[in-house]
Design a protein around this ligand. Structure first.
Ligand code: 5AD
Ligand code: SF4
Length: 446
């Protein structure tokens, strides 16, 4: 019999990339081999995202393209996984009856079983609401050998009014610290030098766990320190903390753990106190800035990135100017800017005063222009320094691409392979990347 092949397409955030490594791992353990060609795939999996705008249109568009292939090859199995699967459930097979399996975010471990059942019993769906097996505990097939995503918690207990995550990923469930450590140790033994710890809100990690024989609960700072002790590992990243429960012990743990990289993603969402309140984000602008000061004072040279939403319902020009002003003061290295778009099922989607598209676009353009100039300014500060770069692969310019500890992308020439650490002299700056040359002097910091 010829090899059974699978095609896997991933949309959305790192959590989905992490889950996709598990989907690939499960399919590989069942004898499938990866392909990029839908026509030769016996299983096609879409791992979907519900956060991105138009995610559903894109999914149904993709499913539409597959329909003729499925008609030509009725044995092809089509799977929809991820957040949209969790959110839309039965609607998916109603709209696209040629989909064989809909598997929600908590039900991934049962994927092979669902596929087998689909062979004899027809379309299958599992939208369990509870995570029984952490996706991290499943076999993984990682495309990158030197880096790994490690899930430390799934779900979120917050209720930001714009956000679909609590609806599709459920309440926070933390993974026991011993399981996280065992995974990181195994990864390091297998040559992984950099891990990114993943959670919707990493600083509330452990709130739902207890430590055996102790009144204490494992906390994110303890976890960072423990992961820092894993031999062989060189870099630790995490995403994302929430500015609300970001406590001094986390800053201390970051500062005191040499492998924890000098970069933090610290989602702001809005610079207007009024909007933050309606978003149900519990911090306010001055508090946010005070945290930034504390982080920068404790960790020299730390780079800061953020997320900002423009055009939240009811956002006035004055609110938006507050955002611009805060962005000017904060001096973010990078900002991921989003135009607000209503996600059905969220509180904000039904709020009055949705902002017209052209107003949102105009504000968005102003914010992007401001942030681009700040990003460039911050990048220029790097010129003349030497940085330790972890090689990731071939960049867009045909040379090598890697990343500094501060998460800055560097393009440079050289004879290296992914996973190598190289000291690079920074010679040029752009808003989103740096140009480098092999260094004569070793890197001092980051
Ligand atoms: N509209 C626009 N952006 C959103 N985000 C989340 N939900 C929405 C929405 N409804 C953004 C937030 C979050 C990032 C991952 O996506 O900024 O931090
Ligand atoms: Fe969504 Fe807010 Fe939870 Fe982040 S903290 S996942 S934005 S609800």
């Amino acid at each position: 019999m010829s090899e059974r092949r699978y095609l896997l397409r991933t949309f959305g955030c790192q959590m989905n990339e992490h889950d996709s490594e598990r989907i690939a791992g499960l399919l590989t353990s069942d004898g499938y081999v990866a392909t990029e060609e839908a026509a030769e795939a016996s299983v096609v999996v879409f791992n979907t995202c519900a956060i991105r705008e138009n995610a559903d249109n894109r999914l149904y568009g993709n499913l539409g393209h597959l329909r003729p292939l499925k008609q030509a090859n009725p044995r092809m199995r089509i799977v929809v996984a991820g957040c949209l699967a969790q959110k839309d459930g039965g609607l998916i097979q109603e709209k696209a009856p040629w989909v064989d399996v809909v598997v929600g975010t908590h039900a991934l471990p049962g994927l092979l079983e669902l596929l087998h059942r689909a062979e004899t019993k027809g379309p299958q769906m599992d939208l369990s609401e509870v995570t029984e097996v952490f996706p991290s505990a499943l076999p993984a097939l990682r495309e990158v050998r030197h880096h790994a995503w490690v899930s430390i918690a799934v779900g979120c207990d917050n209720q930001c009014t714009f956000c679909i995550v609590p609806l599709v990923r459920g309440p926070q469930l933390s993974r026991p610290i011993g399981d996280v450590l065992a995974e990181v140790q195994g990864l390091a033994r297998n040559g992984v030098v950099e891990v990114t710890l993943l959670g919707q809100n990493v600083n509330t990690y452990g709130r739902d766990l207890t430590v055996p024989d102790s009144p204490r609960r494992p906390m994110f700072a303890d976890l960072l320190r423990a992961v820092n002790r894993v031999e062989g590992l060189r870099r630790i990243r995490f995403t994302s903390p929430h500015p609300h429960e970001f406590t001094p012990d986390v800053i201390d743990a970051m500062a005191g753990s040499d492998k924890v990289c000098e970069h933090i993603h610290f989602p702001l969402q809005s610079g207007s106190d009024r909007v933050l309140k309606v978003m149900q984000r519990s911090y306010r602008r001055e508090r946010y800035l005070a945290w930034l000061d504390a982080i920068r004072a404790a960790i020299r040279g730390i780079a800061v990135s953020t997320d900002i939403i423009v055009g939240f319902p009811g956002e006035t020009e004055e609110d938006f100017l507050d955002t611009l002003e805060l962005v000017g003061r904060a001096g973010f290295d990078q900002a991921y800017t989003f135009q607000y778009s209503p996600r059905p099922g969220t509180r904000a989607a039904t709020m009055d005063d949705q902002i017209p598209k052209e107003v949102v676009q105009e504000r968005f353009d102003r914010l992007v222009a401001l942030q681009e100039s700040i990003s460039l300014e911050r990048m220029r500060e790097q010129v003349g320094t030497t940085a330790e770069v972890l090689v990731e692969g071939i960049g867009r310019k045909g040379g090598l691409q890697g990343r500094t500890r501060t998460n800055r992308v560097v393009h440079f020439e050289g004879d290296h392979v992914p996973g190598d650490f190289v000291d690079v002299a920074i010679v040029g700056a752009h808003p989103h990347h740096l140009d480098g040359e092999p260094a004569r002097e070793p890197a001092a910091v980051s």
